[in-house]
Design a protein around this ligand. Structure first.
Ligand code: F0G
Length: 437
């Protein structure tokens, strides 16, 4: 498919590579790779076509990723590996809006994907490419969600799968998924960054294919969330799009998606892309607030209870920085207490999410306070993982037993602990409990 190629994003390099070159970074300078197109896309009838596909029974049309395949680097003949990903709801969340002191707030719930996180929208593209390349084994390093997602897509495509995770730092739910889907799980003494370094070395082997978000095909799949969101908003993009930041693939993907949409005239501007990090794992936020922006300094010992984003050396920071810079967004941090409270508030909207996702609502509250987000502006926060991904955290918060990474007690300001009822309890007592609810 000559139309698409891979290109190094480093401005002083820009090296180009064939689409099927098995690369993760530029072989000339080590820069990150983008997938680009030589010819512009004629977008005239695409909105109608995409809408029509919603009623089709073709598996590609049922997927919220492949429905937008005109913008994906595959041919019509490609055999796709899909679990019917995407098509996630955009919720109006009045309690969360109130908490942020905004008249309205929309939450795009990527936790409603087949394996419960946003990773599926990228994984369908990356595993499709793995199969196309004839890989034997697909691998990733992970804080849990990438692992669960890859394990599922590998199982669907009969590829062998191995994942490397930091021992004792991944929630049981995510680990359980990976095991159930049949992946080989390697637990390493160290943090996510240790795992990432290790997997990059292992992926030097030709028969192994690495699908962390450093892989540009992952980003191509994930960018379609921007398309789906724009469509849900009738092609009027919000003023602000707010995402959590860990390895920084998600923010990079939104940047790429909105850039593609502007380039072909489907939208007239990009939203400001803002990234929120947990205070103890915030190398990107530090880079952002260091006005010289000279060098990126990794966080040696990242710490947060939001284990999904406990990352100190994000591989995609240059792409995320491009997205933030080009759109005029910002990068801020939030505390463990703020994350925990915001998570509970999102729960009260009947939605729920995992801790990392709640950084968004906590961050928006801060940005409204600081008047970076104005009351009359439209805001979408991206929830990246399902509430059931980390139930230990939820139970501890509601029982007032959550302890932060520095041993600090986290108060269950919106706590809702279970009430113990004895079998012998007087009916009158129980009725009284229900009356004061
Ligand atoms: N939210 C959740 C629930 C995540 O699992 C992750 C990353 C992020 C946010 C951050 O997104 O890395 O694209 O900036 N999880 C990865 C994993 C690292 O291995 O599952 P990012």
């Amino acid at each position: 498919m000559p139309n698409y190629y891979q290109q190094c994003i480093a401005p002083d390099c820009g090296a180009e590579f064939d689409l099927d070159a098995r690369l993760y970074v530029c072989s000339r300078c080590g820069g990150l790779l983008d997938i680009e197109r030589r010819e512009a896309i004629d977008s005239a009838s695409l909105r109608d076509l995409w809408r029509q596909r919603r009623t089709s029974l073709d598996p590609r049309d049922r997927s919220g990723v492949w429905r937008f395949r005109e913008f994906l680097p595959f041919t019509e003949e490609t055999e796709i590996v899909s679990l019917g990903e995407g098509n996630t709801p955009l919720y109006n969340a009045p309690r969360s809006a109130d908490y942020c002191r905004l008249p309205q707030l929309n939450l795009k719930h990527q936790g409603c994907n087949p394996t419960g996180s946003f990773k599926d929208t990228g994984m369908t593209a990356a595993v499709t490419q793995a199969r196309k390349l004839g890989a034997r084994l697909v691998v990733c390093a992970s804080t849990g969600n990438t692992a669960a997602s890859l394990a599922a897509y590998a199982a669907r495509s009969d590829l062998l799968c191995a994942i490397i995770v930091p021992s004792g730092q991944v929630s049981h739910a995510k680990l359980a998924q990976a095991l159930d889907y049949g992946a080989k799980v390697l637990e390493v003494d160290g943090n996510f960054d240790t795992c990432m370094n290790l997997i990059r070395e292992l992926a030097e082997d030709e028969s192994v294919y690495l699908v962390n978000s450093i892989n540009p095909f992952r980003i191509e799949g994930q960018k379609t969330v921007a398309f789906e969101l724009a469509e849900q908003l009738e092609w009027r993009v919000p003023d602000h799009l707010v995402v959590p930041g860990g390895n920084l693939g998600n923010s990079s993907a939104f940047g790429k998606g909105f850039r593609d949409l502007v380039a072909c005239g489907l939208i007239d501007r990009q939203p400001k892309i803002t990234v929120i990090q947990a205070e103890g794992a915030a190398p990107f936020a530090r880079f952002y607030s260091d006005h010289a922006h000279e060098s990126f300094v990794n966080e040696e010992h990242p710490q947060t209870l939001a284990s999904a984003i406990k990352i100190g050396a994000p591989v995609s920071w240059q792409k995320a920085w491009r997205a933030v810079r080009e759109t005029g967004g910002s990068v801020v941090t939030v505390t463990e207490q703020e994350i925990a409270d915001a998570k509970a508030v999102i729960g009260r909207d009947g939605i729920g999410c995992e801790p990392a996702s709640a950084t968004t609502v906590a961050g928006i509250r801060r940005l409204v306070d600081a008047r970076v987000i104005k009351g009359n502006e439209t805001v979408v926060a991206v929830l990246t993982g399902h509430v059931l991904k980390d139930t230990d955290y939820v139970m501890k918060y509601h029982s007032d037993e959550l302890v932060g990474p520095d041993g600090e007690r986290i108060v269950g300001n919106f706590g809702n602990s279970p009430i113990r009822v004895a079998v012998s309890q007087d009916l009158q007592d129980l009725q009284d409990i229900l009356k004061i609810l």
